[in-house]
Write a protein that binds this ligand. Structure first.
Ligand SMILES: NC(=O)c1ccc[n+]([C@@H]2O[C@H](COP(=O)([O-])OP(=O)(O)OC[C@H]3O[C@@H](n4cnc5c(N)ncnc54)[C@H](OP(=O)(O)O)[C@@H]3O)[C@@H](O)[C@H]2O)c1
Length: 334
């Protein structure tokens, strides 16, 4: 089988991407509760970018095969997983030596989302992480009984799912983006409150809107000073949930008075921990409900294109410059 290999981490992402190359290796055999999956496609997410740079929470021994997520069909199974043969699956694998940018992968059955036969396999490649992340973030809003939330990186895919799901939960969303073209796109798509972070009156506008809508919850994927500005703009008893560090900058500029006198807090969200806390039956229920939304076409991950193994470097460099245009899927050469 063929796999994409990263020989060494590189802080220069362009160099890291250019260094990716294809290698051949023997197929592994699934052990107890494991399956062998023929991978259909795998996306390149911000976590993969951070991983290639050696900046992610997970650092594997190199050489390694990147990729935390994907879709495929189970072609072989170890003892205790035979029922999964021929099933379509999405998977979220973090610790395995061989990641999803590979023709085949081995996964424990616990890392799989078993799919309805009608699920589109390109959509399935981006199903195991972002839609569940959006759902997990909105669970915080439901628990806190918040009816308005603020989110940055709002042109991205997690944010798009937050907007769609929030609409169904009667939760208002204040979207923050960094490009004027993204403001225009989100408005065309029906987003009600979109702010441009470089607007000279950004902080005043955000504070006014957060007060008016009583937005006491924010989902921060950026960090840096933007996270601090959002924290400071929110009313009393607000929570800033950090779930991404796209700016690669520490959260800064927090007004300590907010923490001391206004009962505001900062917390973090991590999908695997959310999943672990979840009862398996409830996870199945959420997964089935979300798959139905994908099959009907109501929920879709925006996909900007696909790249084969031989052209992976150029394809991913192109996508880096256009993250809001959607996910780039990596597919083995046909
Ligand atoms: N904690 C968890 O469990 C968890 C799970 C899933 C995802 N995440 C995180 O969620 C974040 C979003 O993921 P995604 O898949 O939705 O990403 P995505 O679809 O690739 O979109 C990223 C978005 O962020 C914007 N962006 C990038 N760098 C930025 C910066 N420095 N300042 C402001 N905006 C910036 C991009 O805008 P432009 O078009 O302007 O570049 C784009 O709209 C990532 O940080 C990811 O790691 C966390």
């Amino acid at each position: 089988m063929k796999k994409i290999v990263l020989s060494s981490y590189n802080k220069n992402i362009i160099r890291a991407l250019r260094s990716l190359h294809v290698e051949n290796c023997a197929l592994a055999q699934p052990k107890e509760n494991e399956v062998l999956i023929k991978v259909h496609a795998a996306p390149c997410n911000p976590s993969d970018i951070a991983f290639l740079m050696g900046d992610y929470n997970i650092v594997k021994e190199v050489p390694t095969v990147p990729g935390f997520e994907g879709s495929g069909i189970v072609v072989e199974a170890g003892e205790g997983a035979e029922d999964l043969i021929d099933r379509k699956v999405s998977f979220f694998i973090q610790e395995e030596k061989c990641g999803s940018w590979s023709e085949y992968i081995i996964s424990n059955r616990s890392k799989l989302v078993v799919l309805d036969d009608d699920m589109n396999m390109d959509q399935a490649a981006c199903f195991a992480i972002n839609p569940f992340t959006a759902r997990g973030l909105l669970d915080i809003a439901l628990l806190r009984d918040n009816h308005a939330v603020i989110q940055n990186a709002a042109g991205g895919q997690v944010a798009a799912f937050v907007r769609q799901m929030a609409g169904e939960m009667d939760i208002e969303v204040i979207d923050i983006v960094r490009k004027e073209e993204t403001v225009a796109r989100l408005k065309r798509e029906g987003a009600k409150h979109v702010l441009l972070e470089s607007d000279l009156q950004f902080e005043e506008k955000l504070k006014e809107l957060a007060g008016k809508l009583d937005a006491r919850l924010a989902f921060d994927a950026v960090g840096g000073t933007l996270a601090g500005q959002i924290f400071n703009a929110m009313p009393y008893d607000a929570e800033l949930v950090s779930y991404g560090g796209l700016s690669t900058k520490y959260i800064s500029g927090i007004d300590p008075m907010g923490l001391i006198f206004h009962d505001k807090i900062i917390s973090g969200f991590n999908l695997p921990e959310w999943r672990e806390q979840m009862d398996d039956d409830f996870f199945e229920q959420v997964s089935t409900e979300m798959q139905a939304q994908f099959i009907s076409g109501k929920f879709q991950t925006k996909i900007q294109g696909s790249v084969d193994f031989d052209n992976i470097g150029d394809g991913l460099i192109h996508c880096l410059r256009n993250l809001s245009k959607g996910k780039m899927l990596i597919k083995a050469n046909s």
